[in-house]
Design a protein around this ligand. Structure first.
Ligand SMILES: [Zn+2]
Length: 86
């Protein structure tokens, strides 16, 4: 896999592991990516992080989580195709 997108993901992962206060506070929730306050429930950050109380805002959901899910979907599809060939 190549370049700008992959760098982008690495940067995000780094942010996630360096933000520690996200998990403790459940009342005033902040986005685990951009640290903005979340209005309402926020969005699940699966498949990136499988923790209940880590959430992200709508913008990051749209810009990060959805592309990531699409990427996961297409890569698993590709793997299945490769399996058939072998
Ligand atoms: Zn955000």
């Amino acid at each position: 896999m190549n370049t700008p997108f992959f760098d982008f993901i690495k940067k995000i992962l780094y942010n996630i592991y360096t933000i520690k206060n996200v998990e403790r506070k459940t009342n005033d929730m902040k986005c685990c990516f951009c640290n903005k306050e979340i209005n309402g429930m926020g969005n699940s950050v699966r498949p990136l992080i499988r923790k209940e109380n880590v959430r992200c805002c709508d913008e990051c959901n749209r810009d990060i989580i959805i592309p990531l899910r699409m990427l996961e979907y297409f890569s698993s599809k590709e793997n299945k195709m490769n399996d058939k060939e072998n």
